[in-house]
Each structure stands twice: as structure tokens, then as C-alpha cells.
Write a new protein. Structure first.
Length: 317
């Protein structure tokens, strides 16, 4: 329990620091927000400028503006969009489900394919299969996500016509899953090398451990050794790396959603940056930070349960 309390306290401190950096970065960004709020240059009268500055608290010092924004965030009020003139919270609420669905789908593909390829490479280490898996996943990781996405669209959507070019599809679960297949593959493939390589390396280290040699000496079949002794004791680093990759996927949706025309948080961030919609940019960046912190903190708290050796409760088998 003290460990959990310390982690949560550290999470809150990090969140406060990150929120201030995000707000200060928007405060220091080039361009006067008043220009984008008023729009028409003919309305740029001193009275109008003063009124807009007072309305959006732009006439106050940085710390006062931050306090006003942060106190609103705590109550779910992220301000009003400069472009859409709607509450940012409502805009985010309409976009978040698409992004979370994409990340969840990609996470399943990443976990299954990444760990599967890593196990295959470790079991067939120092063979052609091992070399093929390592080189193939490394090549996939070196391709930018937007390039990979365009290539998948050109092949599977334009030429083969197996998948739609863009869009999220209808409200049905099956149709939405079908539309998200290519974007999820794009998001997962670029992260495969990290998970597969950690899985491979961790399992190879376990293959040379004493408890595995002892299991072999008893005549236990190799597949049971891999399942019960090697993979089981390699779960800690694997789960940690999978969690870190999944947490970073939120930021990776920026390019993927833009390529596939998805109305998610990533594409919203690109649009907000291009239109200098500062409240939306702040909300999206804060959402990405919170999502990353939540995933990593939850995994850190659950890891001793998944792998009791971390808490020193049991010795390696």
C-alpha cells in the first residue's frame, strides 16, 4: 500500500508539472490568440481587443491564467475552442472513443504478433527463422507510420479493394472493427520490433538459467520447458515493455488518424495546431500525458501480482 500511495503521489506531481509545461508552451507560442479569436481584421479595434482579452483572461499574468485553466480542468472545463466555439470537453468526448478503439485494436495485434514473433525467434535462436524475424521486425520499425499507412492503403484499399480507404464506418461493432483494421495494423507494425526483441532477449536469458537446465535434466519436454519455465519467468520485462509501447501509441495516432481520415484525438491535434486552436491543443496534449501515466502506473502496480518474484514473494522456478 505505501508503494501505491507513493506512485499515485508521484503521478500527481508529474501531472501538475506536465500541465504547467503544456500551458506555458501554448502561452509562449508565436502568434496572438486574440488575432484568431476576432478573425476579421476590420474588427480589430482597441475596445474589441480589450474585451476579448478580458473574456479569455489573456490580460492576466501567466500564473493567473494557468490557475484559471487548471482549476477549470479539475471540474472538466477545458475552455472553449477558438475554431468551433464549443466546449473543448464536448469536442474531446466525441473524438476519444475513436482513438481508444484504435489503440485497443492495435494493442491486441501488437501483443499477439510481437510476443509471438519474439517467442518464435527465441525458440529457433541462431537459425534462419531467428534472423528473418529480427531483420523483418527491425525493417518494419524503421518505416515511418505515415509511409506504412499510405502503402497499406495503396495495396489493400486501392489495388486489392479488401478494406475501405478511410473513415470509421457505421455504428456496428463488426463494421467499425473492419474499418479500423488497416489503421491498427499500421500502428502495431511500427512497434513490433521493440516487443519482439525484448521477448526474444528475455527468453534467451532464461534458456541459460539454472532452473531451466534442471528441468531439462528431469527429461521434461521442450514445449513444457518453454511454457512453464522460460516464458513464465520472462513475463516481467515483456509486460513492462508492452505497456510502455501501448502507452506511447496514443501519440502515434496523430499520423495514423491523419492518413486514414479518422476523426480521433490525433487528427484533432493536427487540426488544432494548424488553426492555432490553443485550448484544444492543451486538452489533447494533457489527455496524452494522462493516458501514458495511467497505463504505466497501473502496470507498475499490477506487475508484482503478475510476476510475484518482483515483490520477493517467491523464488524463480
Amino acid at each position: 500500500m505505501p508503494h501505491a500511495i507513493r506512485k499515485l503521489a508521484g503521478m500527481l506531481v508529474t501531472l501538475v508539472i506536465a500541465s504547467f509545461i503544456i500551458f506555458a508552451a501554448m502561452y509562449a507560442a508565436p502568434g496572438d490568440p486574440v488575432t484568431f479569436l476576432i478573425g476579421n481584421p476590420e474588427n480589430m479595434t482597441p475596445e474589441r481587443i480589450a474585451s476579448v482579452r478580458a473574456q479569455y483572461h489573456l490580460d492576466q499574468p501567466l500564473l493567473a491564467q494557468y490557475w484559471h485553466w487548471a482549476s477549470g480542468v479539475l471540474t472538466g472545463n477545458f475552455g472553449e475552442s477558438f475554431k468551433y466555439h464549443q466546449p473543448v470537453a464536448d469536442i474531446m468526448a466525441a473524438r476519444v472513443p475513436t482513438t481508444l478503439s484504435l489503440v485497443a485494436y492495435a494493442s491486441v495485434l501488437l501483443t499477439v504478433l510481437g510476443i509471438g514473433l519474439g517467442v518464435l525467434a527465441a525458440v529457433r535462436r541462431r537459425t534462419a527463422v531467428d534472423s528473418l524475424v529480427v531483420s523483418g521486425t527491425t525493417l518494419a520499425a524503421s518505416i515511418p507510420s505515415f509511409v506504412l499507412g499510405i502503402a497499406l492503403v495503396a495495396l489493400f484499399s486501392v489495388q486489392l479493394r479488401w478494406f475501405p480507404v478511410a473513415g470509421i464506418g457505421g455504428p456496428g461493432f463488426g463494421e467499425r472493427l473492419f474499418h479500423l483494421t488497416l489503421p491498427a495494423l499500421t500502428l502495431a507494425i511500427t512497434a513490433l520490433a521493440i516487443v519482439s526483441r525484448v521477448t526474444r532477449q528475455t527468453m534467451i536469458e532464461q534458456f541459460t538459467s539454472e532452473h531451466v537446465e534442471a528441468a531439462r535434466a528431469t527429461g521434461l519436454r521442450e514445449r513444457f520447458i518453454v511454457r512453464d519455465h522460460v516464458l513464465r519467468n520472462a513475463w516481467g520485462p515483456i509486460i513492462t515493455m508492452v505497456a510502455l509501447v501501448i502507452a506511447s501509441m496514443i501519440a502515434g495516432t496523430v499520423a495514423v488518424e491523419t492518413v486514414f481520415g479518422l476523426s480521433g484525438v490525433g487528427s484533432l491535434l493536427v487540426d488544432a495546431i494548424n488553426t492555432h486552436d490553443f485550448p484544444v491543443v492543451q486538452a489533447v496534449l494533457l489527455f496524452m500525458v494522462v493516458a501514458y501515466m495511467v497505463v504505466t502506473t497501473v502496470v507498475d502496480l499490477l506487475l508484482p501480482v503478475l510476476d510475484p518474484r518482483i515483490s520477493g514473494k517467491v523464488a524463480p522456478r
